[in-house]
Structure formats: structure tokens, C-alpha cells
Design a binder for this molecule. Structure first.
Ligand code: C2E
Ligand code: MG
Ligand code: MG
Ligand code: MG
Length: 284
């Protein structure tokens, strides 16, 4: 009956392989389907922006708004970036998508500024792929000119992983962006492995403490230590620090007591369409 066992194992192997192949095809099909959906959505202008206020907790004022993309899908309703950004990254479609986002956020900044909200900063998430394209600087210049955006109230958020091990040319590109007047924020700080000496070389003005370290404050001693270290480090390097994903009073108090007074999170405001932010404007 050793033969029988062998035969059964072989059959099982074949079935597994078949199963595996059909799963692969299914995944490949789904991926292609999603990609062609994104391509069509770009043509049909189905991507829209919500904005999440960034608050200076000392004064309670809204100092910034982060543009967060959503897909206004004709059948499925409003889709969050987690459902399509990975596919957009994989296919390179994040480049044209990022261009639409950038342009639309600039137009919105001009609207807010024209409505009298002149000190509001608008933050835009930039994917590594987009930033590394040779035409990135040219594109920024072109859109600034076309839309009349005030570059000094425009902030680009790049993730720590996107900024890791940059070539000298790309570090220069960051400097040029800064020289245009824009500011640079290091998004998802703490999730990568950048060293202090490396960070010091980058022309950034802000680090954004990742939500994963904020979530379990103040009780988790490791996250408490990480948050505190990040805040101190930012201070020592002369950088601003903003905490993302602040949901509770206890988290807010912990961060505030340690010198982090810029925050973003559901405790203050959820991301919302641009019109909903207008009422948050406070005039002097
Ligand atoms: P991110 O840049 O780290 O953005 C913060 C995310 O945390 C947003 O999710 C926001 O809605 C969410 N968030 C804010 N406050 C809270 C809170 O208190 N609690 C919880 N649980 N979540 C909070 P969202 O909008 O789903 O975006 C996810 C990610 O997608 C963003 O992370 C960013 O990496 C990416 N993304 C969004 N828009 C764009 C874009 O236009 N271009 C690119 N390349 N990526 C984008
Ligand atoms: Mg961000
Ligand atoms: Mg972030
Ligand atoms: Mg994050």
C-alpha cells in the first residue's frame, strides 16, 4: 500500500498545482481588471479629494489640510486609497493619478486663499514613483504657474521608505523643491529605518509620527518611548513634528505634554470634502 500512498500524494500534488494555477490566473485577472478600472477612472475624473485638518492644539486652530484621494466609483461608491493605491503603484498609474491629485489640491488651495484663508497649508501625498520621475520638477513648476498656487503654503508628504537611500541627484531635487518655496514632510515616520545622520542631510521641515505609534499611547511603554524619542529628536534637529491618527484625549495629552502640538486625527476632524472645511476658518 506504499504505492497507493505515493499515488495519492501525486494526485494531491497535481490538484494543489491546479488550484495554485487557477488562483494565480484569478489574481492576475483581478489585477488587470482593477488597473483598467483605474485607467478609465482617470479619464472620467472619478478620483476626488477629501481633506483632513491639521490642528495646532495650543491654539486649537486649523493650520493645514492633508489631501487624501478617494475613488468615487460609479457602482461601488466611495473607495478608500487602500483599495486602489497599491494597484496604482504596481502599474505605474500612480503617476498620472498623482498629477491629477496635485493639480486639484493646488486649485483648492487657491480657492481657500482667495476666500481669505491665507495661512492654510495644503499637504499632498507624493508616491516614490512620482517623485523619481525625471519630469517631476517640471510638472510642479508648470502647475504652480498654471494655478497661481502659493508654494510657501504647499507641503509635500513623502514616506520614510520613499526617502531612504536617495541618490545625490534626488536629494538635489528635494533641495530644488524647497528652493521653490514648498515644504517637505516625512510621512509615516518610524516605520522605516532612516538614521539620524541621514535625516540631517534631507531638506525636510517636518516629521509625521506614524499612527501605529500613536494608537496605543499612553499605555504601551514601547510606543511611549518611541513617540517621546521621535519628538525629542525632531526638536533637536529643528524640525516640526505632527502626530497622525490621534483619536483620544489621553493620546492628545501625552503628546502635548512631550512637546508635540501639531496633530491630525479623528479626535479633531475626519477627512471631509473641501466645502466642509471652510467653516473651520478663523479670521483674526
Ligand atoms: P497617510 O498619508 O499616512 O494618511 C493618513 C491616513 O490615516 C488616512 O487614511 C486618514 O484618513 C487616516 N486617519 C487620519 N486620522 C485617523 C485616525 O484618527 N484614526 C484612524 N484610524 N485613521 C486616521 P486614508 O485616507 O485611507 O489614506 C491612506 C493612505 O493612502 C495615506 O496614508 C497615504 O499613504 C495614501 N494616500 C492617500 N491619498 C494619496 C494620494 O493622493 N497619493 C498617494 N500617493 N497616496 C495617497
Ligand atoms: Mg500623508
Ligand atoms: Mg501618514
Ligand atoms: Mg500613516
Amino acid at each position: 500500500h506504499a504505492d497507493t500512498a505515493m499515488y495519492q500524494a501525486k494526485e494531491a500534488g497535481r490538484d494543489n498545482l491546479k488550484f495554485f494555477e487557477s488562483r494565480m490566473n484569478e489574481e492576475a485577472r483581478e489585477r488587470l481588471y482593477l488597473e483598467s478600472g483605474i485607467r478609465r477612472a482617470l479619464d472620467r475624473r472619478e478620483f476626488i479629494l477629501h481633506y483632513q485638518p491639521q490642528v495646532d492644539v495650543r491654539s486649537g486652530r486649523v493650520v493645514g489640510a492633508e489631501a487624501l484621494v478617494r475613488w468615487n466609483h460609479p457602482d461601488k461608491g466611495l473607495l478608500m486609497p487602500g483599495t486602489f493605491i497599491p494597484a496604482a503603484e504596481r502599474s505605474g498609474l500612480v503617476v498620472p493619478l498623482g498629477k491629477q491629485v496635485f493639480r486639484s489640491a493646488c486649485i483648492q488651495q487657491v480657492r481657500w486663499h482667495e476666500a481669505g484663508w491665507q495661512d492654510l497649508d495644503v499637504s499632498i501625498n507624493i508616491s516614490a514613483l512620482q517623485f523619481e520621475r525625471p519630469d517631476f520638477l517640471g510638472f510642479i513648476r508648470e502647475i504652480l504657474l498654471e494655478t497661481g498656487t502659493d508654494p510657501t503654503h504647499l507641503k509635500l508628504e513623502l514616506t520614510e521608505s520613499a526617502l531612504m537611500e536617495l541618490s545625490e541627484e534626488l536629494v538635489d531635487r528635494l533641495r530644488t523643491i524647497r528652493d521653490l518655496g514648498l515644504t517637505l514632510s516625512l510621512d509615516d515616520f518610524g516605520t522605516g529605518y532612516s538614521s539620524l545622520s541621514y535625516l540631517k542631510r534631507l531638506p525636510i521641515t517636518q516629521i509625521k509620527l506614524d499612527r501605529s505609534f500613536v494608537m496605543d499611547l499612553p499605555d504601551d511603554p514601547e510606543d511611549a518611548a518611541i513617540a517621546e524619542t521621535a519628538i525629542n529628536m525632531a526638536g533637536n534637529l529643528g524640525l516640526d513634528v505632527i502626530a497622525e491618527g490621534v483619536e483620544t484625549e489621553a493620546q492628545k495629552e501625552f503628546l502635548l505634554e512631550r512637546g508635540c502640538h501639531y496633530m491630525q486625527g479623528f479626535l479633531f476632524h475626519r477627512p471631509a470634502p473641501a466645502e466642509a472645511l471652510m467653516i473651520l476658518q478663523e479670521l483674526d
